[in-house]
Design a protein around this ligand. Structure first.
Ligand SMILES: *Cc1c(COP(=O)(O)O)cnc(C)c1O
Length: 340
């Protein structure tokens, strides 16, 4: 049995998703004439109660566009030290927007309103870069799928209002948080200026991210997407997969979360495990007890039994559950972990 728990991006389109893609009505989206893309954008804008949405090939491009919309060169954004926008987008914040990042030492990728406020450079102190944007990530990737408390986000919004800062959400896995905490997407739409939502993570589409926001900012998003090379033609075939995922795969996330919790429990019972981060959604981060097993031996053992996971460095091991991780695979992996 082959099991891939490296990421929730490894999924194949489901049968229904393939059908939706095959049957999609398409047009030239650079002319904004692809009916399926237009439908997806309207669907997401409505879902979050925001004015406008725009379809992007990747989450990185959607986040980078948001940063560009909120900032001018030389300015600074505030994010957690583990943020995807800082660590995993190839230095895009400086490359594309000429902005620096003030890194906050958060808890599992989550920062507080107090920390945000302390991170703002005084606007009249012209020696420092002007702070103009706060980027949050929910769920956190490197933080092990941890979710923000909505009350803390409300406080961060107040700080942003007081200091005239934009607030962007890297919501690559926002639907996981929404399902886990039983929120209404509109609660997030009311608090952020822009939100990116990946369709190719837990939702299972082969590609695509939607950036949603209010029209004052979003009116320039299509120009920035063009500059970044993200204008696509008959891309409704891919958008159809995303639309299908939003309409049909949300319940699946609950099953992913349940399996992740079960893997957490299983790992916690093993003597060769030093600790497991508390699982909130579909990501499990754990550390090995080096007195019992080395990183290499552990990974080799999994590899020899056809189970792939991610080594995040600094002793962090990561598994991510997803819709191609079947019940049979789940039994197989737990049995394997219990017999090392
Ligand atoms: C996956 C991911 C993205 C987007 O990544 P792409 O590979 O560019 O689609 C952004 N933020 C987080 C937290 C992610 O996990």
């Amino acid at each position: 049995m082959q099991v891939d728990l490296r990421s929730d991006t490894v999924t194949q389109p489901t049968e229904g998703m393939m059908q939706a893609m095959m049957n999609a009505e398409v047009g030239d989206d650079v002319y904004k004439e692809d009916p399926t893309v237009n439908q997806l954008e309207a669907y997401v804008a409505h879902l979050f109660g925001m004015d406008e949405a725009l379809y992007f090939p990747t989450g990185s491009m959607a986040n980078q566009t948001a940063i560009k919309l909120h900032t001018l060169p030389g300015e600074q954004l505030i994010c957690d030290k583990w943020a995807h926008v800082y660590n995993y987008e190839g230095g895009g914040a400086s490359f594309n927007s000429g902005v620096s990042c003030k890194l906050i030492d958060g808890d599992r990728g989550i920062i507080t309103a107090k920390q945000v406020e302390a991170g703002i450079n005084a606007p009249d102190f012209y020696h420092s870069p002007l702070t103009s944007l706060v980027c949050l990530e929910n769920t956190t990737n490197k933080g092990g799928g941890a979710c923000y408390d909505l009350e803390e986000i409300k406080k961060i919004r107040e700080v942003c209002n007081q200091h005239n800062l934009g607030l962007h959400l890297d919501g690559a896995r926002l639907m996981n948080a929404i399902v886990a905490q039983q929120h209404d997407p509109k609660e997030f739409g009311a608090l952020f200026d822009t939100i990116s939502i990946c369709l190719s993570k837990g939702l299972g589409a082969p590609m695509g991210t939607v950036l949603v926001g209010n029209s004052s900012l979003m009116k320039n998003a299509i120009r920035v997407r063009k500059v970044l090379g993200g204008g696509m033609r008959q891309v409704g075939f891919a958008a159809a997969a995303g639309l299908y995922a939003l309409e049909n795969h949300l319940d699946q996330l609950k099953a992913d979360h349940k399996k992740a919790k079960e893997l957490e429990n299983c790992l916690n019972e093993q003597s060769y495990i030093a600790s497991v981060e508390a699982v909130e959604t579909n990501i499990i981060i754990f550390y090995l007890n080096s007195n019992k097993i080395s990183e290499q031996d552990f990974l080799n053992h999994l590899d020899q039994n056809s189970v792939r996971i991610s080594n995040m460095g600094e002793g962090k091991m990561r598994m991510v559950t997803h819709l191609d991780y079947t019940n049979a695979q789940h039994d197989y992996v737990r049995h394997l972990l219990e017999n090392i």
